[in-house]
Ligand binder design. Structure first.
Ligand code: SF4
Ligand code: SF4
Length: 68
């Protein structure tokens, strides 16, 4: 299982992670927290560990950890 961490301080809510991820909205959604739009993980179990989202996230807000 892969853990996906989003740094709420760095995330701008741009939605690029949803656009580039092969599983898109199955994994990510944009929510509002404290008046700011940020990405949130819906279901990490769909993640195939391709790291596309990490590369695409300009502020570097996404971190993956492999649990194996
Ligand atoms: S690509 Fe990065 S900054 Fe943009 S919504 Fe996703 S986690 Fe946030
Ligand atoms: S590593 Fe790949 S499959 Fe997993 S969330 Fe990022 S883009 Fe999606």
């Amino acid at each position: 299982m892969i853990e996906i961490f989003i740094d709420n301080e760095k995330c701008t809510g741009c939605g690029e992670c949803i656009r580039v991820c092969p599983k898109g909205p199955r994994i990510y959604r944009i929510v509002e927290k404290n008046g700011r739009k940020v990405a949130e993980v819906v279901d990490k179990s769909f993640c195939i560990g391709c790291t596309t989202c990490v590369t695409a996230c300009k502020p570097g807000a996404i971190r993956l950890e492999r649990g194996w």
